[in-house]
Design a protein around this ligand. Structure first.
Ligand SMILES: Nc1ncnc2c1ncn2[C@@H]1O[C@H](COP(=O)(O)OP(=O)(O)O)[C@@H](O)[C@H]1O
Ligand SMILES: [Mg+2]
Length: 464
């Protein structure tokens, strides 16, 4: 049987590409993953990479790699895909008509294309492997041994019907979704059963991010442990000694906290979840999604406007009860809709809530928003606080149990995804992760703070 070591060293295979000294750390790590013997130099490396003091003696089931940027992860993900697809005999365990799939999942389309280019490049660099290809398109390669390599993104949901020979997760710490607060766990858990028949490997490679999610969990639980789950962690330079120091130095000058994660493979201490999931669940009413207008309440509204792109234009309406409790009656959002049309529609909704003629919103939204509301008979007030201040203020209200949230999945996910960043100046900022949105959460926070600030009847309680 051909091993990963053979694959990386044999000139008939990929020896020309990966037998150089610079690939020693990768060869060591992957050989250890397969339970192959290591020489003395390799054993020292093995201990550095995995925190394990015992030499490998059996293949592991899962491999979790925390490795810095440009450390060779995507390229080795491709090597592992080829290894699992071409050099294991799955056919014996397959039913007639069944195919084995090696699934490579990337954080986004761009990264998926990178991995696919590496995979395709490996096949076409080797005439023997090239001959195995039956069909190749933009995201899959079908082989004559009844195996398919398929590349997808983490928005990927349909896992039914697969028999998996391996799942390779690229940049798993950066899988993000507006629909879920933990897409990595959801996707991986959905795929695990499909790995069972063929005893397939689960392999995840990523640079680290915040101390949350599956990569962090695997690291925290299994790094340095004797287990079927192998975890390794290494700076970019250790895995890829050809990486110029200048790249790392410049990154550190730009943003030290980010560079320590990106190149030194340290999980970030400065980024935390903003809010606890359990707290959100406790404060969310079970139904209805929207509370109908009630003549007894004095409503207020808050909007998070957008220019009509992928970023939503959100509206929240709510009221304050005698007890001081704040209730969010309604949350809604329009995505990719002409903003003038949205304002007109929102003016109609506001009217239903006891003829509400005022909204509050962001100061930076641009004057067109205020003008557009004005044209529809609504007075647009500028919020005195910025986004971070609104969230911090709202957090105190949430902690005090003074807010009732509507059962809106997107709103809840947006709150769960929010990140709190401590800066050295001491002022925390709260924002959504790159690529995600927080328009509903922003409108809800703005509304809660607005409702708390000026009581319609009683003196303002202070939320310290
Ligand atoms: N150990 C190494 N020796 C030589 N070149 C390497 C090594 N590791 C990575 N590279 C090169 O660095 C570049 C980035 O690799 P890639 O796999 O895309 O990194 P990552 O996915 O970790 O950011 C590629 O051109 C790759 O060939
Ligand atoms: Mg990569």
């Amino acid at each position: 049987m051909i091993t990963i070591r053979d694959l990386m060293t044999d000139k008939q295979l990929f020896g020309d590409q990966f037998n150089a000294d610079s690939w020693q750390a990768w060869r060591t790590l992957l050989a250890g993953f397969e339970g192959l013997p290591l020489d003395n130099d390799e054993l020292a490396l093995w201990e550095t990479l995995t925190g394990r003091t015992q030499a490998p003696d059996a293949p592991a089931d899962e491999l979790w790699l925390v490795v810095g940027r440009r450390g060779g992860k995507s390229q080795q993900a491709a090597v592992l895909a080829v290894r699992e697809a071409c050099f294991r005999d799955h056919a014996a365990k397959l039913s007639p008509g069944e195919v084995a799939t090696v699934l490579v999942i990337s954080a986004d389309r761009k990264q998926a294309r990178t991995v696919f280019r590496y995979v395709s490049g490996l096949f076409h660099s080797n005439p023997m492997l090239e001959r195995l290809i039956v069909r190749e398109d933009k995201e899959s390669i079908e082989l004559s041994n009844r195996t398919v390599i398929e590349i997808g993104t983490a928005s990927f949901r349909s896992t039914r019907g697969y028999t998996l020979a391996a799942v390779i997760c690229d940049e798993v710490a950066f899988w993000r979704s507006d629909e879920s607060a933990n897409p990595d766990a959801e996707i991986i858990n959905a795929l695990r059963p499909a790995l069972a028949t063929l005893n397939g490997k689960l392999i995840a490679l990523s640079s680290p991010y915040a101390k949350r999610g599956e990569l962090w969990n695997a690291y925290r639980r299994y790094f340095g442990q004797q287990s079927q789950i192998l975890v390794a962690k290494a700076p970019s330079k250790l895995m890829n000694p050809t990486l110029p120091d200048k790249v790392i130095e410049q990154a550190k000058e730009r943003d030290l906290a980010a560079a320590m994660a990106e190149y030194e493979a340290e999980f970030r201490n400065d980024i935390q979840s903003f809010i606890d999931v359990n707290l959100l669940n406790q404060l969310t009413r079970s139904e209805p999604a929207t509370l109908p207008p009630d003549r007894r309440h004095r409503y207020k509204a808050f909007v998070d406007p957008s220019g009509g792109g992928a970023d939503g234009f959100a509206l929240c309406i709510g009221h304050r009860e005698q007890s001081g409790r704040i209730v969010i009656d309604l949350v809604t959002e329009r995505i990719r809709t002409n903003p003038a049309q949205v304002v007109e529609e929102y003016a109609g909704i506001l009217y239903q809530y006891n003829g509400l003629k005022m909204v509050t919103g962001d100061r930076y939204a641009g004057e067109w928003v205020a003008n557009e509301f004005k044209r529809n008979g609504i007075n647009y007030q500028y919020s005195e606080m910025n986004r971070s201040e609104l969230y911090l203020e709202m957090l105190q209200m949430l902690n005090a149990g003074r807010v009732e949230l509507p059962p809106d999945d997107r709103l809840i996910h947006q709150f769960q995804n929010l990140e709190r960043r401590t800066s050295r100046s001491g002022r925390d900022t709260i924002d959504h992760p790159p690529g995600l949105h927080d328009d509903r959460a922003n409108a809800a926070a703005g509304l809660a703070v607005t409702l708390a600030a000026k009581p319609p009847l009683m003196p303002a309680p202070r939320w310290e």
